[in-house]
Design a protein around this ligand. Structure first.
Ligand code: VG1
Ligand code: CO
Length: 580
C-alpha cells in the first residue's frame, strides 16, 4: 500500500465526553467524520507514540463497528503503526480490551501500546442509534483529560488525515496474522480470540473451583443477561464452559449489532426480562426466581446484581465487595491497598473504609480518575453508582468481574453450607451488611433528553442558590419540615493526589446535617439534548429503620430536590425518564 494524505475540514462538537465521543450513527457516517477524530487522536498522541506502535481496535460489536474497524486499520497503517490487534469479528468488551493491553503478548513478543474502543456503552445501537469511540492508554485505562482535551483541540483545526491506499479490507472473522508491505516496511493485522486473554486473567483472580461448586450445587440457581451486548461472548465461556452453569441460565447472550432493538443498560428499567425472572416485576410470575441474577451493558463494563426478589444498589455492591474481598477473593488475600468511589456514589464504601482502616478516595464521575490511583498502588477496589464496579486487575470497570466477585462472596459464605441448611442468600448478605455498617438509602433520577438550554439554566440556578445557605434552608423548610438542614453546598472539584491535576465543575452538591446528600450533574455520555442526573442519599444507622422501601424512605428528599431545583419549570418534566 501507499500513504495518501486527504484534505479535510473540522466538524463541530467532536469533544470526548465522560467516556469518549458518542453520536448518532448518521453523524459518524458523514464522510471524513470518523477519520477526523482518529487522526486528531494520532496527532494528540504524537508521532513517537504512534510510529511502530501496536494498537488494539475492537468494541461491543454495535452497528457501524465493522466499517469503522476497516477505516481505522487503514489510517493506522498510514500513520506508521506497526501492528493492529483485532478481536475476532471486532468483538472485545471494554474490560477485555483493558486486559489485552496489559496482558497479551503478540506472536512476535510485542505488547500493545493503546486501543481504540468502539462502543457507546449502554446507549442503544443500530442505524438510527448511537456509535462511539474512545482511546485507551498503555496502562489499559481511558485517556486522561490532558489527552482528550488535546484531541478536541486538534479536531477544531484539522486539515488533513493519512490513509493507506491499496490496502484491502482485512478479514476480521478469521483468527490469524495477515501481513502487508507498506512504504516503511511490514504492517500486520492480528485477529485473535476475543475471550481467552480475559478468561485467563479471571482465573488468576478468583477461585474458580469454589465458584463452580456453588454454581453446580442443586441449591443454587443462576441467571445472566447480556442484553445482547458483547458480554455474551464471555458469559458462555466463563459461566457455562468453565464454571458449569446450565446454558439455560444465559439470557440474551448472543451479541447483536442493534442489541435486539433494546437499551443495553443493566438497570431495573431496561433489563426487563431478567427483572421479571428474578421476581422483581409488578406482575407476579408463577416460577420460583433464581437465587442470583446479573446483567451487563453493551460493552460489558457495567453490572447489575440481583438476588431472589432483591435488588442490590451498585453503591452497596462495591461496599460489600470491599468488605469481603480479602476473605473471599484470592487476588486480594494480601489486603486492599485502598478503595475509591465516584462523588455521586453513596457513602456506603466510606463506612467500610473507616471500619477496615483503608485508604479512601472520592473522585469525579468517570473511570479515568481511578486509574491514576491504581497505577500509584493506592487503590484496589472501586465503584460508581452507575452500575460500575472494578479493581486494579485492569483499568476499566468490569461487569463480569463484579459477578464473579459476588459469586465468590456467596461461595465463601456458603462454603460449609451446600448440604441441608438454607443457603445464605444475596439478600441475607446485604441485610447483614446494613446491620453492621448502617444503610445508605439511595436513588438516582435521570431526566433524559431534556432541552439543553433549560438544563443549563437549572444548573446555574442551583449554583446561584449555593451562595446563601440561609435562603436554601428557608426554601427547604417551606417544602418539607421533616428534612434536616443543609450545612454545606458546593460544586465538586477534584485534585488528583498523584499528578496534581484539577478537575472543576464535577457536580453540584447539597450536604445535609444528618449526612443526607443531593447531587445534581449533567450527563457526559448522551448523544442528544441534555440529561440531568439527580442523586439522592440518606444514611440510617438505626438498625430498626434499615428495612424500609427506599423510594418511600427518600420521598421527602426527592420532593425537596425537585422543588429546590425547579425541575418542572426548567425542563417541563414532572417525572424522570429512569429511576435507579
Ligand atoms: C455515565 C455514568 C458514569 C460512567 C459513564 C461511563 O456518565 O454516570 O458513572 O462512568 O456513564 O459508563 P454520565 O456522564 O452520563 O453520567 V459506560 O458503561 O459508558 O462506559
Ligand atoms: Co459501558
Amino acid at each position: 500500500f501507499k500513504v495518501s494524505s486527504v484534505e479535510t475540514t473540522p466538524f463541530d462538537g467532536q469533544k470526548p465526553g465522560t467516556s469518549g465521543l458518542r453520536k448518532k450513527v448518521k453523524v459518524f457516517k458523514q464522510p471524513k467524520y470518523l477519520e477526523n477524530f482518529v487522526q486528531s487522536t494520532f496527532n494528540a498522541l504524537g508521532a513517537d507514540k504512534v510510529r511502530g506502535a501496536t494498537l488494539v481496535v475492537s468494541g461491543d460489536g454495535r452497528y457501524y463497528s465493522k466499517d469503522a474497524i476497516q477505516i481505522i486499520i487503514k489510517m493506522a497503517a498510514a500513520n506508521g503503526v506497526r501492528c493492529i490487534w483485532v478481536g475476532q469479528n471486532g468483538l472485545l468488551s471494554t474490560p477485555a480490551i483493558s486486559a489485552v493491553i496489559r496482558e497479551r503478548v503478540g506472536a512476535d513478543g510485542s505488547k500493545a501500546n493503546g486501543a481504540f474502543i468502539l462502543t457507546a456503552s449502554h446507549n442503544p445501537g443500530g442505524p438510527h442509534e448511537d456509535f462511539g469511540i474512545k482511546y485507551n492508554m498503555e496502562n489499559g485505562g481511558p485517556a486522561p483529560e490532558g489527552i482528550t482535551d488535546k484531541i478536541f483541540e486538534n479536531t477544531k483545526t484539522i486539515k488533513e488525515y493519512l490513509i493507506a491506499e491499496g490496502l484491502p479490507d482485512v478479514d476480521i472473522s478469521t483468527i490469524g496474522v495477515t501481513s502487508f508491505a507498506g512504504p516503511e516496511g511490514q504492517f500486520d493485522v492480528d485477529v485473535f480470540d476475543s475471550a481467552s486473554d480475559y478468561v485467563k486473567l479471571m482465573k488468576s483472580i478468583f477461585d474458580f473451583q469454589s465458584i463452580q461448586k456453588l454454581l453446580t450445587s442443586p441449591k443454587f440457581t443462576f441467571c445472566y443477561d447480556a442484553l445482547h451486548g458483547v458480554a455474551g461472548a464471555y458469559a458462555k465461556r466463563i459461566f457455562v464452559e468453565e464454571l458449569g452453569a446450565d446454558e439455560s441460565s444465559l439470557l440474551n447472550c448472543v451479541p447483536k449489532e442493534d442489541f435486539g432493538g433494546g437499551h443495553p443498560d443493566p438497570n431495573l428499567t431496561y433489563a426487563k426480562e431478567l427483572v421479571a425472572r428474578m421476581g422483581l416485576s409488578k406482575t407476579k410470575s408463577e416460577q420460583q426466581p433464581p437465587e442470583f441474577g446479573a446483567a451487563a451493558d453493551g460493552d460489558a463494563d457495567r453490572n447489575m446484581i440481583l438476588g431472589k426478589r432483591f435488588f442490590v444498589t451498585p453503591s452497596d455492591s462495591v461496599a460489600i465487595i470491599a468488605a469481603n474481598a480479602v476473605q473471599a477473593i484470592p487476588y486480594f488475600s494480601g489486603g486492599l491497598k485502598g478503595v475509591a468511589r465516584s462523588m455521586p456514589t453513596s457513602a456506603a464504601l466510606d463506612v467500610v473504609a473507616k471500619h477496615l482502616n483503608l485508604k479512601f478516595f472520592e473522585v469525579p464521575t468517570g473511570w479515568k480518575f481511578f486509574g491514576n490511583l491504581m497505577d500509584a498502588g493506592m487503590c484496589s477496589v472501586c465503584g460508581e453508582e452507575s452500575f460500575g464496579t472494578g479493581s486494579d486487575h485492569i483499568r476499566e470497570k468490569d461487569g463480569i468481574w463484579a459477578v464473579l466477585a459476588w459469586l465468590s462472596i456467596l461461595a465463601y459464605k456458603n462454603k460449609d453450607n451446600l448440604g441441608e441448611e438454607k443457603l445464605v442468600s444475596v439478600e441475607d448478605i446485604v441485610r447483614q451488611h446494613w446491620a453492621t455498617y448502617g444503610r445508605h438509602y439511595y436513588t438516582r433520577y435521570d431526566y433524559e433528553n431534556v432541552d439543553a438550554g433549560g438544563a443549563k439554566e437549572l444548573m446555574a440556578h442551583l449554583v446561584k442558590l449555593q451562595s446563601s445557605l440561609d435562603e436554601v434552608n428557608k426554601i427547604i423548610k417551606g417544602i418539607r419540615s421533616d428534612v434536616s438542614n443543609v450545612v454545606n453546598a458546593d460544586e465538586f472539584e477534584y485534585k488528583d493526589p498523584v499528578d496534581g491535576s484539577i478537575s472543576k465543575h464535577q457536580g453540584i452538591r447539597y450536604l445535609f446535617e444528618d449526612g443526607s446528600r443531593l447531587v445534581f450533574r449533567l450527563s457526559g455520555t448522551g448523544s442528544e439534548g441534555a440529561t440531568i442526573r439527580l442523586y439522592v442519599e440518606q444514611y440510617e444507622k438505626d438498625s430498626s429503620k434499615i428495612g424500609r422501601d427506599s423510594q418511600e424512605a427518600l420521598a421527602p428528599l426527592v420532593e425537596v430536590a425537585r422543588k429546590l431545583s425547579k425541575m418542572q419549570e426548567f425542563t417541563g418534566r414532572s417525572a424522570p425518564t429512569v429511576i435507579t
